[in-house]
Design a protein around this ligand. Structure first.
Ligand code: UD1
Ligand code: UDP
Length: 384
């Protein structure tokens, strides 16, 4: 009898990071891979499923416009009742820190099904930043039986919470995904991205969507971005705007109507990764982009007060810019006008993975269920 492993995810970043794992699990004869999506994101999830050619076995289709955290959580919990009645997996894999992640882990626990947490052990130790993600991942850490920590420092965070059993250091699956998408000869389907002159112009790629940045912080961030573009005539700012109406309204209000500011819709993940590889500078409050950009050698200013991803800050390719207009402008301007400051940040670093995370996770699962003699060797920092 094969071991039934369900992957359960719902948003764009979970999909990007779970897609290579879905493929890896499908390739293992000893495992039966089942894929369930909540569709907490509808269009942004489908775009990723499309690129990686994944057809889910179950789709809860829960998304609503301006959905609340309570509505996502309750709809996931109730929706998973039917799924678990129909198919009782031996293990449910959830990813990261979204509402789908938390509700999915809780639903599995209510059915006494084992939970594996992919991207375990990220912490800021501040329950409101990022909100609600920091508590989601802590609560999933308590529920999970297997913990796939990307880095040694994520492993140490779990140890600090006395989570020591079933922990594997695997690298982040996002690096596995990145290895399949970036190509030097890539042609963009979004015309503007082929037209930009990446040699003569400094392309600033922006994303900004976090709930804790809604309102005043987003206003400050966007005002700084507009001032930077206005003051530096050799820049082009490209912002693929998240589909959240709150974010779209803010972007429209603070950034529209400037010829060198390009507000476009969300990009599919191949376009995004290839644009990141060509951009001069990335300014973002995204988690995943903080992990991808160092592997591509692109400097990142993080539009947040803190980060649960300190590895690239330590490697010198990422800086925390905060959410205040003055400091964001100062750090952005420095990278645009000081070649030495730019060169100091624009080098490739791979603290988050080596492209082997999915293999390690699948090996660890097989070992846990007695299908393999030894656990995988942990992912270590590149110099080890
Ligand atoms: C969610 C995650 C966040 C993650 C982000 C990635 C939670 C609490 N938050 O936040 O951790 O960083 O996804 O992008 O789980 N929408 C669409 N179509 C889509 C996607 C979203 O229309 O394909 C709109 C809907 O109006 C939806 C709103 O965006 O109600 C917000 O989506 P939601 O998943 O609630 O929050 P995010 O900010 O995307
Ligand atoms: N991404 C994408 N298209 C976009 C913006 C982001 O494909 O227009 C990808 C990005 O490269 C990364 C993931 O989506 O792989 C990150 O998702 P997001 O920033 O929405 O969420 P977070 O990582 O902050 O949770």
């Amino acid at each position: 009898m094969s071991v039934r492993v369900m992957t359960l995810f719902g948003t764009r970043p979970e999909a990007v990071k779970m897609a290579p794992l879905v493929k890896e699990l499908q390739s293992r004869p000893a495992l039966e891979a089942i894929c369930c999506v909540t569709a907490q994101h509808r269009q942004m999830l489908d775009a990723v499923l499309n690129i990686f050619q994944i057809k889910p076995d179950f789709d809860l289709d829960i998304m609503e416009p301006r959905q609340t955290l309570s509505s996502i959580t309750t709809k996931c919990l109730l929706g998973m009742e039917r799924v678990f009645e129909e198919t009782k997996p031996d293990l449910v894999l959830v990813h990261g820190d979204t509402s789908t992640t938390f509700a999915g882990a809780l639903a599995a626990f209510y059915h006494q099904i084992k939970v594996g947490h992919v991207e375990a052990g990220l912490r800021t130790w501040d329950k409101y930043s990022p909100w609600p993600e920091e508590m989601n991942r802590r609560m999933v850490g308590d529920i999970a039986d297997l913990h796939f920590a990307p880095t040694v420092s994520n492993w140490a965070n779990l140890a600090r919470e006395d989570i020591r059993q079933g922990v594997f250091v695997t690298g982040n699956t996002v690096i596995d995904a990145l290895k399949t998408t970036v190509r030097p000869d890539f042609r963009f389907a979004t015309g503007l991205l082929n037209e930009l002159d990446y040699q003569k112009k400094k392309v600033i790629l922006v994303t900004c969507h976090r709930r804790e940045n809604y309102g005043a912080p987003m206003a400050q961030i966007m005002t700084a971005l507009r001032r930077l573009t206005e003051d530096f005539a050799d820049t082009e700012l490209v912002y693929p705007v998240h589909l959240s109406p709150v974010v779209r309204e803010a972007a429209e209000r603070y950034l529209s109507g400037h010829p060198r500011i390009h507000l476009i819709g969300p990009l599919d993940v191949e376009e995004m990764h290839n644009l990141m590889a060509r951009a001069y500078l990335i300014m973002t409050d995204s988690g995943g982009i903080q992990e991808e950009a160092p592997a591509l050698g692109r400097p990142v200013l993080v539009l947040r007060r803190e980060t649960e991803r300190p590895e690239a800050v330590e490697a010198g390719t990422v800086k925390l810019a905060g959410v205040e207009e003055g400091e964001i402008y100062r750090l952005g301007a420095q990278l645009l006008e000081d070649p030495a400051a730019y060169a100091a940040m624009a080098h490739a670093a791979n603290p988050y993975g080596d492209g082997q995370a999915c293999r390690r996770i699948a090996d660890a699962i097989e070992w846990h269920f007695g299908l393999r003699a030894a656990p995988p060797k942990p992912f270590g920092p590149p110099e080890e």
